[in-house]
Design a protein around this ligand. Sequence first.
Ligand SMILES: Cc1cc2nc3c(=O)[nH]c(=O)nc-3n(C[C@H](O)[C@H](O)[C@H](O)COP(=O)(O)O)c2cc1C
Length: 363
Amino acid sequence: MKSLIDKIARQALYRMDSERAHNLAIMALKSGIPLAHPQPSSKRLKTICAGMVFPNPIGMAAGFDKNAEAANALLRLGFGFVECGTVTPKPQAGNPKPRLFRLEEDGALINRLGFNNDGLVAVRQRVKLRAGQGGIVGINIGANKDSADRVADYETGVRAFGDVASYLTVNISSPNTSGLRSLQDRGNLSELLTRVLSARNEVARRKGVPIPLFVKIAPDLTEAALSDIADEALDKRIDGLIISNTTLSRTGATSRLAHEKGGLSGQPLFERSTIVLAKMRLLVGPAMPLIGVGGVNSTETALEKIRAGADLVQIYSGMIFEGTCLPGRIVEEMGAFAQREKLSSLRQIRDTHVDDWAARELA
Ligand SMILES: Cc1cc2nc3c(=O)[nH]c(=O)nc-3n(C[C@H](O)[C@H](O)[C@H](O)COP(=O)(O)O)c2cc1C
């Protein structure tokens, strides 16, 4: 059942401009008002991935808590991990407003925020302050819009967060920073990975253990591009791929706001991002960690990501439409599912639908 406070808050937020509503939600989380009362995760949901032990496989996707202000509060909603960011070296205002749109009838959002964030000095300070408090908090890093050397921005991000975050995500798939997605092209990707991994290993020499490094990719890639990324990911031995960011496609979006420029997320993205996830699972094989993101808004859609090849699952838009009880509800229902099916771990259902999903055409 949805909590009353959650219901009232969501009705008020729905009437408001989308970005103001988002800022208020972050404020409410920071204030410590209990927005959900999740049960502890079932032991059956424990997931070991990229050397980390997750209490459950459901994570908050990047972009919700860009400045790492509410990581602890998000963990208290029931998430098994939280990804903060995208953080760029210098603070950045992002694109002119309005830049975030709610497509009510489609259960979708379009955003063209453009990496608005406080910059790495301020965010590092916040992450450092909470570092001893437990919970898995990853940091998603990006490049400034006006940067002369974007790869250098990622190296700077790795050096800044390599000793305070649980893991790092190299985000090269935002559609809202012009030219950023070209870093996914084979030659560029090879150079980027060589340099960020070298920065990561440099931090590891000081810190002791190398921090896991993931790369987040777009859902708008050709089969050939997916194959190139898989080869690079395996060759350079990154720790995993996050699939996917928002899409430039408008398939499945019927709202009058569907023409707005930016990345589409939520329900219409589920199919596309799950197909890309499954194709990537077949390309990289069973050992590489994959995190499935895009259109998850229920226990069934979360389980389907795992069946399509995901080790972990992240959510953003689903929580905007379903409320702050969603992560706790999914975790509870997943635990009940695992018990009913006598699964000691959800790893036992991973890949069970991978061939079906991978065989589908990308519309
Ligand atoms: C308003 C908004 C802002 C986002 N900002 C970021 C970001 O800064 N970095 C990033 O890697 N992904 C960002 N994303 C993408 C999400 O992390 C996620 O990949 C995408 O929304 C698909 O998941 P969903 O359908 O559950 O929303 C953003 C998404 C939304 C809706």
